[in-house]
Write a protein that binds this ligand. Structure first.
Ligand code: KG4
Ligand code: ZN
Length: 344
């Protein structure tokens, strides 16, 4: 198992991010063992399960498998991803006659907060920040989400990842944690990046322009990404840290401004809102949490941030969202067993 996990990390480093085709192959190599390990850890076998939940979108286009689309979903998603996971889920559900629940991965990021914060009732707001998405939503009830804002180009996680790559940082985890760590050594006001979309009085996001500003700053300081940060001179390291810190300050200021406006909007629609959930990979960042906590408190709400291991993509959030849907009867019947002999 260890070896297989290292294989995926190696791919991340080699391609400087997720290479869709490689990711699909790597997923199919490990899926059986990962599921088995999860069952073993829970002292269960498939026979003990009540239902199977699986993430079905949104995701990487190369992983799409249209033929499963009709049979797996109750939710409003129209793109199906993680075909490897969906195939596995269908095999288990079909083989053991279990209901199957298709889960939207961004909904799972939002709802996992209800697993850790029992007081978190609908309606609440959520800021979901990951590698592919920037979403501000008003969650009125289970399955009833109003989108207040989304990115018009890149998501914040993409900007963290690319900046980390161009700064020659260690990508063995992902770019976000590497930037967060390096930013602690830098002066966040040393590079003058501009805050995106200030002239747009809405709750949408844009990170493509900030990404370009970072790239230009790196070029103008003659930073060579081929020299890893671990081999950089003291001055070189400091100038990379200044860029990382300045980038992070502006990237998060953009979040703060949009959240402030979204809270104002949302409270007009639902005055009983008490919480803003911040989730998705980027929400594991301590600086992001601290800054948003200030904004949320200033506006009379409470911040709910799942622990970092539940903010980055994980199976618990999908399973929990499955439980939420299952409890209210939203699930599909067992799919036909594809190859019953597998389960004899
Ligand atoms: O939600 P997630 O795990 O996967 C997607 O749905 O995309 O989010 C991954 C993103 C990556 O861009 C990663 O760099 C970012 O979350 N991330 C962070 C941190 N940890 C993960 N960004 C900033 N600071 C972090 N500590
Ligand atoms: Zn995610």
């Amino acid at each position: 198992m260890q070896g297989k996990i290292i294989l995926i990390c190696d791919l991340l480093v080699k391609y400087g991010g997720v290479a869709p085709k490689m990711a699909e192959e790597a997923h199919s190599q490990v899926i059986d063992q990962v599921v088995q390990e999860a069952l073993d850890k829970a002292y269960m076998t498939e026979k003990d399960l009540t239902a199977v939940a699986v993430s079905i979108g949104p995701g990487l286009s190369l992983c799409l498998r249209e033929k499963f689309l009709l049979s797996v979903t109750h939710s409003s998603v129209h793109v199906l991803h993680n075909a490897v996971g969906v195939q596995k889920a269908r095999r288990i559900a079909g083989g053991f006659n279990l209901p199957i629940i298709g889960i939207h991965h961004m909904e799972a990021h939002a709802l996992v907060a209800r697993l850790i914060e029992k007081d978190l009732q609908f309606p609440f707001m959520a800021l979901l920040i990951s590698g592919g998405h920037n979403l501000l939503i008003l969650a009125r009830d289970l399955g009833q989400y109003i989108q207040l804002g989304t990115t018009i180009d890149d998501a914040i996680g993409e900007a963290y990842d690319k900046s980390a790559k161009w700064l020659g940082l260690d990508l063995s985890r992902s770019g976000g944690p590497a930037i967060e760590e390096l930013a602690r050594e830098g002066n966040a006001k040393s590079v003058n990046f501009s805050i995106p979309m200030r002239q747009h009085k809405d709750c949408n996001f844009s990170y493509a322009g900030l990404k370009t500003q970072v790239r230009l700053a790196i070029e103008s300081k003659k930073i060579d990404a081929k020299i890893p940060i671990s081999s950089a001179s003291y001055e070189d390291r400091l100038s990379r840290a200044d860029i990382a810190a300045s980038f992070q300050r502006i990237a998060v200021l953009h979040l703060e401004e949009r959240c402030e406006r979204a809270i104002e909007w949302a409270l007009k629609m639902e005055p009983s809102i008490k919480h803003l959930v911040v989730s998705g990979g980027v929400a594991s960042n301590q600086y992001v949490r601290a800054r948003l906590d200030t904004v949320v408190k200033k506006n009379g709400l409470q911040l709910v941030c799942p622990p970092p291991w539940l903010c980055t993509d994980n199976g618990v959030m999908v399973a929990w969202t499955g439980i939420e849907h299952f409890r209210v009867g939203r699930y599909d019947p067992p799919p036909p067993a594809e190859d019953p002999e597998d389960y004899q």
